[in-house]
Write a protein that binds this ligand. Structure first.
Ligand SMILES: [Zn+2]
Length: 434
């Protein structure tokens, strides 16, 4: 794939026309090679020659995670001999979903991340420390490695965890950038303070932050980003990607959402009735990756709620940007005319360093609307803290949840469930009988 830095600076209508040309190619490819989409086109009487614009896409049914899981093999467009790398994601029905990448797909992935790194200022000759795993069939770590290689940047593959090993490598090799989960940076800071490592004058200038949001819907730093930057004033670039998309949206140094890579993916942002929402409004991200050979998807519903921003960016790129993921569609809470998602509530609770734990519970009340209950614990519970939590929710999110103290032990039992790899801080009881 040729490097494309010209197109992203063309006018938006030119970018759109270019994407539509790629879309027509993609539809032709799917109609010839994809058992799943051949069937969809046939069942719905869709003549792909009549789909010429991004707007025309609405005539094709969307693809869900369940579709990809149930008919996984039918999404493969090439024979097994052509697959170089196998990636998998956890599916909604328990069994992992498999994706196969051809040699060209790996090249496309490298190109995608090369552009991401460029937008955050990584250059040929820079050294970057990779603080995430490359194995276990995850796509991300491999993609970063391939992208840096294509950019001719150096890579230090440390993997996740172990602050001591991370610091040893930083002090010895002096990388300019890191790729890390942002909450792990707090552990790095804590370790550096214990060991009296002068982290603020280290070689690190910026971090590609994966897996967690750094900003709210208006691009203000959330509590996590602020806690890191208060101690360690480095640039934190957010990136959003998934195996299904095979493309990343990575922030430039304007920090106003991740830019589209126009030759790799088409996006739609849709409401509950699958109608497009206006730019700047929240909706579900639906993606059509371009140029994938192995397992290409068409109008795939990500379940992620985002906003698209199309006003010009300070960096000069004309491509639109995708704002932070505000939540998962199935976790949407409707509260007296307000729509909100758990991450915004977690962010707000992170403003209270005195709280040890919190648990958000959503229930349906007798009149069929959602109720929010927040259980909190602290070393010294007080009425004042409880009131401040309530006040902040009313002021910032315009909701009045029930807030109650619980003992630490009681919350820990639910939060650190041995059956779950991740802490459970959100419980949705709306679809159960109690
Ligand atoms: Zn920009």
């Amino acid at each position: 794939m040729e490097e494309n830095t010209v197109m992203e600076r063309q006018l938006p209508f030119e970018i759109k026309a270019y994407q539509e040309e790629l879309l027509r190619r993609q539809l032709k490819y799917l109609s010839e090679h994809s058992p799943f989409y051949k069937r969809i086109f046939e069942q719905h009487g869709i003549d792909i020659k009549s789909i010429n614009t991004i707007e025309d896409l609405s005539r094709i049914p969307t693809t869900t995670k369940n579709d990809v899981q149930t008919f996984n093999a039918d999404f493969f467009c090439v024979s097994k001999e052509e697959i170089i790398d196998y990636c998998s994601t956890s599916g909604t029905l328990g069994k992992p979903v498999t994706f196969g990448l051809t040699d060209a797909d790996l090249e496309r992935l490298a190109y995608n991340e090369m552009r991401s790194f460029r937008s955050m200022g990584v250059q040929k000759g820079d050294l970057v420390q990779l603080m995430t795993t490359m194995d276990r069939r995850f796509m991300a770590g491999l993609a970063y490695f391939l992208g840096l290689r294509k950019l001719n940047a150096g890579v230090l593959r440390i993997g996740s965890g172990v602050p001591q090993m991370q610091w040893d490598s930083i002090l010895q090799h002096e990388p300019r950038f890191l790729i890390a989960v942002p909450s792990f940076l707090l552990k790095m800071i804590e370790y550096a303070e214990q060991q009296q490592i002068d982290y603020s004058s280290s070689s690190v200038e910026g971090v590609l932050c994966i897996g967690e949001s750094l900003r709210d819907a208006s691009f203000n730093d959330n509590a996590l980003a602020r806690r890191i930057k208060e101690k360690w004033p480095i640039k934190l670039f957010s990136t959003y990607a998934s195996t299904e998309m095979g493309a990343a949206f990575t922030e430039c140094d304007a920090f106003m959402g991740g830019h589209l890579h126009e030759d790799l993916i088409i996006t739609e942002v849709l409401d509950e009735n699958e109608q497009p929402v206006a730019d700047g409004q929240p909706g579900e991200l639906v993606v059509t990756p371009l140029g994938i050979q192995g397992v290409p998807l068409l109008r795939f519903k990500t379940g992620d709620i985002v906003r698209r921003h199309s006003e010009p960016c300070a960096c000069g790129r004309q491509t639109y940007r995708i704002g932070p993921v505000e939540g998962r569609k199935q976790h949407m809470i409707k509260y007296k005319g307000t729509t909100l998602f758990p991450p915004a509530m977690h962010d707000l609770l992170a403003e209270f360093p005195d709280l040890e734990h919190h648990l958000i519970e959503i229930t349906h009340n007798s009149i069929g609307t959602d109720e929010i209950t927040i259980y909190i614990s602290a070393l010294q519970p007080s009425e004042q803290v409880l009131q401040r939590v309530k006040d902040l929710f009313r002021a910032k999110l315009r909701v009045a949840p029930t807030v109650e103290w619980r003992s630490s032990q009681e919350l820990q039992k639910i939060i650190f469930n041995p059956m779950s790899r991740k802490p459970i801080t959100f419980v949705d009881r709306r679809n159960t009988s109690y």
